[in-house]
Design a binder for this molecule. Structure first.
Ligand code: C2E
Ligand code: CA
Ligand code: CA
Length: 701
């Protein structure tokens, strides 16, 4: 124990020195109990030294470890210290009941004094350091485990670190990447300007974000959504760049697929309406600036529906693909070929030059597409109708150009397909007229302004009237009687023909009933039925009603026959076939009208039986002057007879034609040579007077 004054002085000095230390300093006896501790230790444990070192009640340091593992660790190091001379350094967590918990680095040293063995300890607070260490650990394991690839480079771009996600994404291992630059995954898809922008941004200390197209080790490209962030040291100097990237290749693929579907036709792979519309818009902008002409050619396949219906949709699809391929091959690469939908295609001539060029292209397309197509075992011939509109004359914006090409195309259709036509302003007038006509026709139907005229059909040998054909007329309040040529196409197009056809059937029935009271023999009435009526779900019922009405009369009032066109028979639609069967079962005879103008093939007649064919009047009229026409009429008659069909010639105007037809073995005829179509009462007169009177008219002609 200190006694002298100088001892006292040194002791106080030592005490002051120990108390001024930043670390906790303490002395423990060999039983772990406190013999001494400085101020720092007092503060940490929240108890004064006097309490810790009180005689006979000394406190053991183990009281300040809450976790038994910490206490155990301390004890083992303490014991080791007592047995070895060396300094023992270790970390432990101090959690005194009255103080704050903290991480502490202990260093213990043994001293042997007279009073016995003791251990001097110094404890340093390493809590901050420990926390930093754990959060760093968390951070680095997060970087190691994240799905995003992380690359750290120095300021020159040399790679110092890559995480496992980088290895997975790129296929390059850490060893392969370290020391290289990110040019390792460069794809060549970005230009200099892109990389210049990248470097200038990050060297300025700003964050650079972009979608990179990079290349994996195996050569495959991938899309990466990347963020490159500069790292700064304590002085604000940039020391590193951290790049994090997300592989968005799948997302991009989905997007590309969506874009593809939005802009391309899935069947043919051609640009679709949207893309063409975009390109047309650009082309027009461009053309305006350069004072050039842009042309749009709109192509529609004629009668595509009958091909689809008769050969099936598979063949139809194959045909559309083949047409697409042929179109693409026919026009120069800088011109867009698009599929507008259905059987409609378009060609955009961005720099059409003179209108002649557009005409030449159209002419060539019509010709190219006229060559046969092979779809499976089918050889198919098609024709197209092409409408052409040229900017700026026919419109300055995509929509009006478009509409006008469409108008021109429809004009081609009206005039018999297989041709091209330029738009002209009076077409719009025509369309407007047709729209007005449509409204008027609808009103005419409501007001019952239609009438039926009847034209006799004669047996060529007996020269007796065997029937009549019912032909519609419009009794216009101002214009008088109007022939169907003027309105039939509008009735068809608008679908009003379904209502008009129903009216015709009813009117024919009423007429037949009237005639049944007046005439000695029943009359056959041929009724023209439009193809669109076959698509009317109520058609059979309507026919059935009329038919019952006729049959229900005590005396047979007469018989209805239907005249249909070849296109109806070509239709292999189940509904159509069902209707045709039902009609035959009801005893309704069927005649093919306008024979020779359509498919000119009797092959389909073997599939479905009809009773008669009516040779189109164009052949009858050409017959005398044109040997080919006469030969064709002869072939038709011979073939029809082989198939047991009656042959009727329509539009017979001269006795020369009568003679020739009789010689060729034609069965019946109809035409101005005998009588034009007549109003019902006049026809009644003829029929009442007996059917031979007409014969006299014809013979005296
Ligand atoms: P279509 O069925 O070929 O009718 C024959 C047409 O030839 C009739 O014209 C008739 O007046 C005309 N014609 C008769 N004899 C001669 C002749 O010797 N020389 C000439 N050049 N022509 C003659 P119309 O009545 O104007 O009918 C035109 C077309 O309108 C008909 O052609 C038919 O397709 C259609 N049509 C008429 N009525 C109806 C109907 O009630 N329903 C349906 N769906 N179509 C009808
Ligand atoms: Ca007819
Ligand atoms: Ca006809």
């Amino acid at each position: 124990m200190p006694t002298s004054t100088s001892d006292r002085f040194y002791l106080d000095l030592l005490r002051a020195y120990v108390d001024s230390a930043d670390d906790a300093i303490f002395v423990l006896c060999d039983e772990l109990k406190f013999l001494f501790c400085n101020r720092v230790m007092e503060r940490w444990v929240g108890e004064p030294e006097s309490a810790l070192t009180q005689h006979n009640q000394r406190v053991s340091i183990t009281r300040f470890f809450k976790d038994s593992a910490d206490a155990g660790r301390f004890l083992s190091h303490f014991t080791k210290t007592l047995h070895e001379a060396a300094t023992n350094r270790f970390e432990c967590r101090l959690e005194p009941p009255r103080g704050l918990p903290r991480w502490v680095e202990f260093s213990l040293n043994k001293v042997g004094l007279e009073a016995g063995q003791m251990v001097i300890g110094v404890a340093r607070d390493i809590t901050k350091h420990k926390e930093a260490e754990t959060s760093l650990l968390k951070l680095s394991s997060a970087i190691e485990q994240t799905a995003d690839s992380v690359v750290i480079t120095d300021t020159k771009g040399v790679i110092e670190y890559v995480n496992p996600a980088f290895e997975n994404t790129t296929g390059f291992s850490q060893e392969e990447a370290l020391g290289k630059t990110p040019a390792l995954v460069k794809s060549g898809r970005h230009d200099r300007a892109f990389y210049d922008a990248l470097w200038s941004t990050i060297l300025r200390g700003e964050v650079f974000r972009a979608i990179f197209v990079n290349r994996r080790k195996d050569g495959a490209l991938y899309h990466e959504e990347k963020t490159i962030t500069p790292l700064r040291d304590g002085n604000g100097r940039i020391t590193h760049f951290v790049s994090t990237g997300k592989d968005i290749t799948e997302r991009m693929k989905d997007q590309e697929r969506l874009d593809y579907l939005a802009y391309y036709d899935a069947l043919t792979g051609l640009p679709n309406r949207n893309l063409l519309h975009d390109r047309l818009g650009h082309a027009l902008d461009h053309a305006r600036r350069q004072e050039k002409r842009t042309a749009i050619l709109l192509l529609n396949i004629d009668n595509f529906n009958s091909i689809n219906n008769s050969l099936g949709h598979d063949v139809g699809d194959r045909l559309l693909k083949a047409v697409a391929a042929r179109l693409r091959a026919s026009v120069r690469e800088e011109n867009t070929v698009a599929r507008m939908g259905g059987d409609e295609f378009a060609v955009l001539l961005e720099d059409a030059g003179h209108a002649d060029n557009a005409a030449r292209t159209a002419h060539q397309l019509v010709g190219d597409l006229a060559k046969p197509f092979l779809a499976g075992e089918h050889e198919i011939f098609i024709s197209v109708s092409v409408g052409i509109a040229i900017a700026p004359a026919d419109g300055n914006d995509a929509d009006s150009l478009w509409k006008n090409a469409d108008t021109a195309m429809h004009r081609v259709k009206e005039h018999g397909h297989n041709a091209y036509r330029f738009y002209s302003a009076d077409m719009t007038t025509k369309i407007r007229e047709r729209l007005t006509l449509r409204t008027q026709l609808s009103r005419a139907l409501e007001r019952e302004e239609f009438r039926l005229y009847y034209q006799p059909i004669l047996d060529l040998r007996s020269e007796r009237i065997v029937g009549v054909e019912a032909l519609i007329r419009w009794q216009h309040p101002d214009r008088g009687i109007i022939a169907p040529d003027e309105f039939m196409s509008v009735l068809e197009e608008s679908g009003l023909i379904v209502r008009a056809g129903e009216w015709v059937l009813r009117a024919v029935c009423e007429q037949l009933q009237q005639w049944s009271g007046l005439l000695r023999e029943p009359v056959r009435v041929a009724v023209n039925i439009s193809g669109r009526q076959f698509a009317d779900p109520g058609f059979l019922d309507k026919v059935g009603c009329m038919h019952c009405l006729l049959k229900g009369r005590g005396r047979c009032a007469g018989v209805m026959e239907f005249e249909i066109t070849e296109s109806v028979l070509m239709n292999t639609d189940l509904a159509t076939i069902k209707i045709l069967k039902a009609l035959r079962e009801n005893g309704i005879r069927l005649t093919i009208d306008d024979f020779g103008t359509g498919y000119s093939s009797l092959a389909y007649l073997t599939r479905f039986r009809v009773d008669a064919v009516k040779i189109d009047r164009s052949f009858v009229q050409d017959m005398i002057a044109n040997r080919d026409a006469a030969a064709l009429v002869e072939v038709i008659i011979t073939m029809a007879h082989v198939l047991n069909l009656t042959v009727i010639a329509e539009g017979v105007e001269t006795s020369e034609q009568v003679m020739l037809l009789r010689n060729l073995g034609c069965d019946m005829m109809q035409g101005y040579v005998f009588s034009p179509p007549l109003p019902a009462d006049e026809m009644t007169g003829f029929l009442e007077e007996g059917r031979d009177r007409l014969n006299r008219v014809s013979s005296s002609d």
